[in-house]
Design a binder for this molecule. Structure first.
Ligand code: ADP
Length: 399
């Protein structure tokens, strides 16, 4: 195999996800997951040609994970020495205001990403460990960082600025950054293609609803507003995150419950959202319980839908009108009922749901879910962050 490919790496603190992708076609040659790094019992899952090969093994650190990755390719294919590996593309969560584009990794870039750790303490350290390990394993291949925040650097100051004291903004970089940028970039470009219109002319509201969830207003291919802010906690209701809250809440809980910042951070990132409302993070379970008449599940469905309606409506106004509403990620791609709940409420925009198409567009299907005469189109576009990372990484190297 001498096809061009990019090794896409998404390294977290205790796992490394990877995929070998053709940057132009998005074809995936192999993918895998190395999990429980640094824990007593780790595992490797390498999928190629529809078969998953599993190995239970101790993975002490990210360097060991990267050796296991190369070993998995050597044993099960494709043979990396026969692949035209043009780049390793790394997903990096926080690029702050420093990175608006995919960036070739140099020692200076690594230093900057390290300086951004206070903005993403749960994510950037794992991303960095992955980069360092990949540099050791693939010393001759250019390494490129693709930042989750980069796509949103086009937001105008009125959208990215919090109305807080100047010292917070100037000394602590407090502002809105936004996340899921790779997904929003891919989906907004893809929907313009599907609509047969130049991306520069299309105004889109992208609703990325998975375990994490965010909405973005995209004007002519540029992000002009997004629901996540300084951290990925703001905005929509998610699996374990509650999204928008009254900023007075931490003070209130500190006074009435003696809660510390640590308690509060943990509860808001790990114990809220669907989990807080229903005891489960899984939207499929919520769906089944709702069908069975469970009132918590009904309320959660309503809260999730209501927040989506708010953002979709607000972003249509921010854009001064909208051409397409697009659903993506696990829930967005698979839950016609939630989509209908949101879209029916947007009927005042002249949007008409095609009920049959909405029901049928699930499990990876791509398609329009509004009628021919609908004034605003709605689409389901399965996200493909790996392809987007591969494409951007190859662009940087071959530019
Ligand atoms: P992540 O943010 O972790 O990438 P995903 O985009 O995979 O998350 O979304 C995970 C969510 O998608 C879960 O709540 C899961 O229940 C939901 N989901 C996955 N498949 C379906 C389905 N067939 N029907 C409804 N929800 C689904």
């Amino acid at each position: 195999m001498s096809t061009r490919s990019v090794l896409v790496i998404n390294a977290g603190s205790s796992s490394v996800k990877y995929q070998l992708v053709h940057p132009d076609t998005g074809e995936s040659y192999a993918k895998g997951l190395i999990e429980r790094i640094g824990l007593p019992r780790g595992a490797v899952h390498h999928t190629v040609g529809g078969t998953t090969h599993q190995l239970t093994v101790v993975v002490p650190d990210h360097a060991a994970a990267m050796s296991l990755l190369t070993q998995a390719f050597a044993e099960h294919g494709p043979d990396l020495s026969e692949v035209d590996l043009v780049a390793v593309g790394h997903r990096v969560v926080h690029g702050g205001a420093d990175f608006a584009d995919p960036t070739l990794i140099t020692p200076a870039v690594l230093t900057t990403v390290e300086q951004l750790v206070p903005l993403a303490p749960l994510h950037n350290p794992g991303n960095l460990q992955g980069i360092v390990a990949a540099q050791e394993s693939f010393p001759d291949v250019p390494q490129v960082a693709i930042f989750d925040t980069a796509f949103h650097q086009t937001m105008p100051p009125e959208a990215s600025t919090y109305a807080v004291p100047a010292a917070w903004r100037n000394q602590y970089r407090v502002r809105r950054y936004g996340f899921h940028g790779t997904s929003h970039a891919y989906v907004s470009r893809r929907v313009a293609e599907l609509m047969g219109r130049p991306v520069e002319e299309v105004r889109t509201v992208v609703l990325h609803v998975g375990n994490g969830a965010s909405a973005t207003a995209v004007d002519g291919g540029r992000s002009v507003d997004t629901s996540m802010g300084l951290t990925p906690l703001e905005g929509l209701v998610m699996g374990t995150r509650g999204g928008d809250l009254d900023p007075g809440l931490p003070g209130h809980l500190a006074r009435v419950a003696g809660m510390t910042i640590e308690d509060y951070d943990r509860a808001l990132s790990k114990e809220s959202g669907l989990l807080g409302l229903t005891g489960s993070t899984d939207f499929r379970e919520l769906h089944a319980r709702r069908d069975a008449g469970d009132t918590d599940a009904e309320l959660a469905f309503g809260v999730v839908g209501h927040r989506l309606i708010r953002y979709a409506g607000a972003f249509a106004a921010v854009l001064g009108g909208v051409d397409a509403i697009v659903f993506t990620a696990g829930v967005g791609e698979n839950n016609p009922e939630l989509r209908a709940r949101v879209l029916d409420r947007l009927g005042f925009l002249g949007l008409r749901v095609d009920a049959g198409a909405n029901e049928a567009t699930v499990r990876g299907a791509e398609g329009r879910i509004t009628t021919e005469d609908s004034a605003v189109q709605a689409w389901v576009v399965p996200t493909n962050e790996e392809w987007e990372i591969a494409r951007q990484a190859a662009d940087v190297v071959e530019r």
